[in-house]
Design a protein around this ligand. Structure first.
Ligand SMILES: [Ca+2]
Length: 160
């Protein structure tokens, strides 16, 4: 919830800076700044590690961190053909690669030991790639669907 507050403050600053000469170009720049700031408000650097094991399309093990469950998505269960396909998509994109995690800080681990997160893939230089939000990617690829859990700190409507 903290980063939402920071977003609002940053937006206010962006608008204030353009108050003096509000014209269509300035407005467009302000809107662009808002879009960029909105993406920057994610916290992809709370944890990072290599994915060692993929349990299913929405659950995997990260080296040095533990079990991750992806926030706000509904993934078909293993034992169904859809579940197998979702896991295959996760295997192709996650196994053996570095991920950056935005952790749901409001809750601890689930009873099964998994931590609710948004996972970002890495840029080629090893920094988090905010345009590669894996929660959004697996939905976009058709292997899962959005199911917002209002009890966590994330809002799928704001995914980059
Ligand atoms: Ca967080």
């Amino acid at each position: 919830m903290v980063y939402h507050g920071r977003c609002i403050r940053n937006w206010a600053i962006a608008f204030k800076a353009n108050d003096a000469n509000l014209n269509p170009m300035a407005l467009r720049m302000a809107l662009l700044a808002m879009a960029l700031i909105s993406c920057a408000c994610a916290s992809p650097d709370e944890a990072s590690g290599i994915v060692l094991r993929v349990v299913d399309g929405g659950t995997f093990d990260v080296q040095g961190f533990g079990l991750v469950t992806l926030a706000d998505i509904d993934v078909p269960q293993m034992g169904t053909i859809e579940g197998v396909h979702a896991r295959e998509y996760a295997l192709e994109n996650l196994l053996g690669v570095q991920v950056f995690l935005d952790i749901d800080n409001g809750r601890g681990k689930r009873p099964d030991g998994a931590t609710t997160c948004i996972a970002y893939l890495a840029n080629s230089n090893g920094t988090p790639n905010l345009s590669k939000n894996f929660n959004r990617m697996i939905v976009g690829a058709g292997f899962a669907r959005v199911r917002d859990d209002p009890g966590n700190e994330f809002d799928p409507a704001k995914w980059c």
